[in-house]
Ligand binder design. Structure first.
Ligand code: HEM
Length: 224
């Protein structure tokens, strides 16, 4: 009977909970124990507190990050999938800010490198997903923007104190109230995902590990 499907246990038994809470729970489990309280993974890299960043490594990270944010922002502006348009102008965009920061480094006499493999590989993967796997694409969209406002900011503070004489980069400044901007995006994610099947939701959640892996490759510029 049709009614049965309404009460059937679903794959993860979490129906009813806003989808972003599921996305967050999966992401938090993929942190290492030293990165976040809810982390479950054993650390494989040194903890942020022991990073000894160099300006060159950090610049490679910023350049690759700029490419990734530009790619995400171009994809939602283009909106090849109509509902991507929901994620335009969220206030979380970072490519303009990174452009300004790189100009500042240039004025300081640094040479800005070209994007490197971690950035270009991730950007082309995002382009590919955007066209053929919108649920997986949105997983990356969520993780990249939200990670940057959490762990990303901690990293920025540490680098700034250690090697930038406490200079505060635009990358870590948002116009308006950041928590409100994040909440607006969470609401949109919940809204969009409310029309997904349980399989589509699980597929989105299953992409989280790849998101950590690609972002981890960018972060590695800073501590190696
Ligand atoms: C949240 C640390 C890397 C995705 C957080 C939080 C911390 C943190 C402290 C906040 C936990 C809380 O709300 O109590 C770090 C550190 C990292 C790192 C130190 C690397 C050195 C990553 C990566 C990703 C990621 C690579 C995914 C690409 C997220 C997400 C949240 C989060 C989605 C939830 C944000 C929210 O709910 O607003 N992280 N993280 N993090 N992180 Fe990370």
């Amino acid at each position: 009977p049709a009614a049965a499907s309404l009460t059937a246990p679903n794959a993860r038994g979490e129906e009813g909970k806003p989808f972003v809470e599921e996305m967050r729970a999966v992401a938090m489990r993929l942190h290492t124990k030293d990165q976040a309280k809810e982390g479950e993974k054993e650390p494989q890299a040194p903890p942020v507190a022991r990073w000894e960043p160099s300006v060159d490594g950090y610049l490679r990270f910023l350049v690759d990050s700029k490419l990734v944010f530009e790619t995400l922002e171009t994809i939602v502006d283009r909106a090849a999938v109509p509902w991507y348009a929901e994620f335009r102008n969220t206030g979380l965009e970072r490519s303009e800010q990174l452009k300004k920061d790189l100009e500042w480094f240039k004025e300081q006499g640094h040479t800005i490198p070209e994007p490197s493999a971690p950035g270009t590989t991730y950007a082309s993967y995002l382009e590919e997903l955007a066209e053929k796997d919108s649920q997986a694409f949105i997983c990356h969209f969520y993780n990249v923007y939200f990670a940057h406002t959490a762990g990303g900011r901690m990293i920025g503070k540490k680098v700034s104190e250690n090697i930038l004489n406490k200079k505060e980069l635009e990358f870590y400044k948002w116009e308006g109230n950041l928590s409100q901007l994040l909440q607006n995006v969470r609401n949109k994610l919940n809204e969009v995902a409310s029309s997904w099947t349980r399989e589509e939701k699980d597929h989105c959640l299953d992409e989280t590990e790849k998101s950590f892996s690609y972002s981890g490759d960018l972060l590695r510029h800073i501590f190696t």
